[in-house]
Design a protein around this ligand. Structure first.
Ligand code: AMP
Length: 482
């Protein structure tokens, strides 16, 4: 299918062509026509599917009729409101609006917490047609009377499940109460737990349902692998994995802010260009770290799960889970930073003995086994090198001899906290108190990274092709090294 067949206007088609997209992704094929017709949509689509363009393109087309050059703020009321759970996602959606809307003279703005309100206030006072916002800061502006939502025609709730996870439900309800009852509403969510379905039934009117991938489905483009390794040897192993694999751009996940900072410090000390990204960092530090990572100025970004959601990490080839997340869904979000938009990626997990249950929970959620290689005390880490035939070799069924780990249980209770922790830390973003500006954000991204030894895979839009190096593992270890 071609974008032309979706009924998009010339200005949008031109912007799309300049982005290099040749074909709409499934969520765009299914979402754009009903949105253009004015219907409500409830879309199950995770990041990386092209969902942002799926709502941004028809939204721009519908609002195009209102484009005007008047200086009067009254001629530029907020007509489209996009709410996102995090600052980073808000900034990213805003960027997409600017990219796709560059030939349509509508005004857009982005407001989120953690930064000075004044410049935002000035923009809102001057009038904008499209507003991207995190919930807390949006309500702050409403309270200050710099914002009137009485003329909103289109509402988009992006990453709705995350929004609820982060405790934004009361804010969302307050925002919904400020909007005209007659409007078009679109909800995008990776998963649809009961509370999301309830919210959908309240805010959507006879929605068209779209599901581009089953809930929690993980892109086939991601190669999952794991190494069973002693906790104390993880850092050395990580460094060698990165060096031997010539990994130029790697997003490394830890569970806690403390371990992210510590690991980043140690990696810096060992000569890597590296930064930590977590919610104790100022917004400016977070933005800077992300930008540097995207630009290739930083080889490594060590992040907590604040970075695991929604970010568009274009062509990020490697995600390494230095520590597995307590919540298996966070694994999905972490590795969702790679294997995006048709590009393949590697997701490598370093699994200490007390994390094996976490791995089992992840496998249960994925409904798949992850190849795990035990790394004996004396063993060098696996070496990343191109495979001979350019094909990836990882997603293979694990030979029985490779590990004696039991298959994922049909029912798994919450995994025990690792011995190193006395209690389960609250997930970042899950605050019992005001969940707003401090956490109204997350996500970093990567940039197009060239892999020295890579083969490729086509992007939906037929962009650059690239090969992913296969893991050349040390001789298979027949039993666990515990
Ligand atoms: P999203 O799911 O909105 O975060 O988008 C993921 C990535 O896909 C972004 O980098 C987009 O630039 C890219 N993208 C969106 N639509 C297309 C398309 N039709 N063809 C190729 N890439 C796309």
């Amino acid at each position: 299918m071609k974008f032309e067949e979706l009924g998009l206007c010339a200005e949008l088609l031109r912007a799309i062509a300049e982005e290099g997209y040749t074909e709409p992704t499934p969520v765009q094929q299914q979402g754009i026509p009903p949105i253009l017709r004015g219907q409500d949509v409830m879309a199950g689509a995770q990041t990386g599917t092209g969902k942002t363009a799926a709502f941004t393109l028809p939204m721009l087309q519908k609002l195009k009729q209102h484009a005007n050059t008047s200086v009067s703020p009254a001629r530029h009321p907020v007509r489209a409101l996009i709410i996102t759970p995090t600052r980073e996602l808000a900034a990213q959606v805003f960027e997409s609006i600017r990219t796709y809307g560059k030939y349509i003279p509508l005004r857009s703005s982005c407001v989120y917490g953690g930064v000075n309100m004044d410049p935002q206030t000035a923009e809102l006072r001057a009038g904008v047609e499209i507003l991207v916002a995190t919930p807390g800061r949006l309500l702050d502006h409403v309270q200050q009377r710099t914002l009137n939502l009485g003329q909103v025609e289109i509402l988009v709730l992006d990453e709705a499940d995350r929004m609820l996870d982060m405790g934004f439900m009361p804010d969302i309800k307050r925002i919904l109460a400020l909007l005209p009852a007659k409007r078009q509403s679109l909800m995008f969510s990776a998963t649809f737990p009961e509370d999301i379905k309830r919210l959908a039934s309240q805010m959507l009117n006879a929605p068209v349902r779209i599901q581009v991938a089953p809930s929690n489905a993980v892109t086939d483009l991601v190669t999952h692998s794991a190494y069973k390794i002693d906790e104390r040897r993880k850092r050395d192993f990580l460094e060698r994995l990165i060096r031997d694999g010539d990994m130029r751009q790697v997003l490394v996940f830890t569970r806690t802010k403390i371990s992210a900072s510590r690991l980043a410090r140690e990696l810096q000390r060992d000569g890597f260009s590296c930064a930590a990204l977590h919610s104790d960092k100022t917004q400016q530090e977070r933005t800077q770290a992300l930008a540097d990572f995207k630009d290739g100025k930083l080889q490594l970004l060590v992040a907590t799960d604040i970075a695991a959601r929604g970010l568009d990490v274009e062509d990020l080839p490697h995600v390494i889970n230095y520590e597995l997340p307590h919540n298996p869904e966070d694994y999905i979000h972490r590795i969702g930073r790679t294997g995006r938009a048709g590009q393949p990626g590697d997701a490598i997990s370093l699994v200490a003995r007390d994390e094996e249950e976490l791995l089992a929970s992840i496998e249960k959620l994925l409904k798949a086994r992850i190849a795990i290689t035990a790394v004996p005390e004396s063993e060098r880490p696996a070496r990343h090198a191109p495979s001979r035939d350019g094909e990836r070799t990882e997603r293979r069924p694990r030979p029985a001899a490779e590990t004696s780990r039991p298959a994922p249980a049909a029912e798994t209770s919450r995994p025990a906290a690792p011995a190193s922790e006395t209690r389960r830390p609250a997930r970042e973003g899950q605050r019992t108190t005001r969940p707003r500006d401090e956490v109204a954000d997350r996500q970093p991204d990567a940039t197009p990274a060239e892999l020295a030894s890579s083969a490729k895979s086509a992007r939906p839009g037929g962009r650059v092709k690239r090969e992913v190096p296969a893991l050349f593992l040390p001789p298979v270890v027949a039993k666990q090294d515990s």
